[in-house]
Design a protein around this ligand. Structure first.
Ligand code: HEM
Length: 413
């Protein structure tokens, strides 16, 4: 059956148009509802297609008929159009928003800093930072896991890799929060203003850092990209260098903070699974994959159709916008048995789409996995009896980036 753009749909949950009460805290019942209909449904309110089944999402992500010229797509709400424009100011020249051949050229340049071999070489460093942070938490009976652990660990690692001073981490946190909150659907103009100024602030800060590195290069990613640039200006423009520094700084900590926090919650809430890992610490790697599948730190990825495509019963037209709902796809019962069950030993938990797929597959996936594995292992080995202090956790938003605002933890020694 071909579904046309004008046909009404029933099980519609379009988180980029409207967030019902409680959807930020627990979107999974709503996402399950979306799967009762077609794999790809049209949202008239959002002027876009929503992809809610795994196979269709996976093939769209791997199909170059779908690209990143998202400026061609218009959200019906003025507010959301402005938010998208402001966001593009930060990153339209980054690999996240580029199509081939530019994407291929620039991704090739940044890739070398994130290979599995490089990440393996960082394990001792990550362990050392993690140990120190846990040592500080052990002096407390109650603490905010985000502030004391889940944020400082990845931000320290990514600042070091990129070559920006980690002492400025509070500024990064501030900018990152303001920029990402600008993407929330609740139409608050003040948020847009904050988002705009945060992007300008971060651009200025990183431009200065880049100029400083030109004079005094170090052993870091910005310096090595500058070396490429000075050898051949055609190979990397100044705007591409800046946009990718912004992307890597934000993507490198915001998402991993959420992964660590979502992981701590999942393990505390599933004591029998936690017990199993404690008895066999080799399972921490598998646990991270199941956390990524079960409660994805990134909930949406977006594309624009470059041409007409028929897929999953939907007739997609050129320039149609597409949003993939990762949280729905990762619990697709056609791929994952008993998908709502948190089971670290399920045979295919690493097939999740939480890092995307295809040419834009997350550049930092290996780094995020390694940080989360080390963080969770050390935390539960050294503080096995931690509990959550609050029954209800407040989530930060926007919908696309899932993680708690704070996570108060009680510790009994
Ligand atoms: C839990 C942690 C993380 C999650 C869930 C995550 C998720 C994602 C997803 C879904 C994409 C694909 C976007 C798309 O297809 O449109 C992506 C791309 C990307 N991620 Fe991550 N990410 C994480 C951690 C990191 C880290 C630590 C870095 C640090 C470098 C990073 C850097 C990037 C970059 C640069 C891209 C763009 C790649 C491209 O477009 O070619 N991410 N990430």
């Amino acid at each position: 059956m071909t579904q046309s753009a004008s046909e009404p749909t029933t099980q519609l949950f379009d988180p980029l148009s409207h967030l019902p009460n409680g959807a930020l805290e627990n979107p999974y019942p709503l996402l399950a509802g979306t799967r009762n209909g077609a794999p790809i449904v049209w949202s008239p309110k959002g002027n876009q297609w929503l992809v809610v089944r795994y196979e269709e999402a996976n093939s769209i992500l791997r199909n170059n008929s779908f690209g990143k010229r998202l400026d061609k797509w218009k959200h019906p709400k003025f507010f959301m159009r402005q938010a998208a424009r402001i966001f593009r100011r930060g990153g339209s020249s980054s690999i996240l928003l580029q199509d081939p051949p530019d994407h291929t050229r620039v991704r090739g340049l940044v890739n070398s800093a994130f290979t599995p071999r490089v990440v393996r070489g960082l394990e001792d460093h990550i362990t050392e930072i993690s140990n120190k942070l846990i040592g500080n938490m052990m002096n407390k009976t109650r603490f905010d896991l985000i502030e004391d652990f889940a944020f400082p660990l990845p931000v320290t690692v990514i600042a070091g890799l990129l070559g920006v001073p980690v002492e400025d981490q509070d500024r990064f946190k501030h900018w990152s929060r303001k920029i990402t909150l600008g993407l929330a659907v609740s139409g608050n103009p003040l948020r847009l203003v904050h988002s705009f100024f945060a992007i300008e602030g971060l651009r200025k800060y990183l431009s200065k850092t880049i100029e400083g590195k030109r004079e005094h290069p170090g052993a870091d990613l910005i310096s090595s990209l500058l070396a490429v640039q000075s050898a051949d200006h055609q190979h990397l423009s100044q705007e591409e260098l800046l946009a990718n520094a912004i992307l890597i700084l934000i993507a490198g900590h915001e998402t991993t903070t959420n992964l660590i926090a979502n992981g701590v919650m999942a393990l505390i809430n599933h004591p029998e699974q936690k017990q199993m890992i404690m008895e066999d610490p080799n399972l921490f790697g598998l646990a991270v994959e199941e956390i990524l599948r079960f409660d994805p730190a990134v909930q949406i990825v977006r594309r624009l159709a470059n041409e007409a495509v028929d897929i999953g019963g939907a007739h997609i037209r050129p320039n149609d916008g597409i949003t993939i709902l990762i949280g729905a796809c990762n619990r697709d019962p056609l791929v994952f048995r008993d998908p709502d069950v948190f089971d670290i030993k399920r045979e295919n938990n690493n097939r999740h789409l939480t890092f995307g797929a295809g040419i834009h597959f997350c550049l930092g996936a290996e780094l995020a996995r390694t940080e989360a594995r080390i963080a969770l292992k050390q935390l539960f080995e050294r503080m096995p009896n931690i509990t959550m202090n609050e029954a209800r956790v407040k989530y930060k938003g926007p919908f696309g980036l899932r993680g708690p605002e704070q996570l108060m933890i009680d510790s009994r020694h």
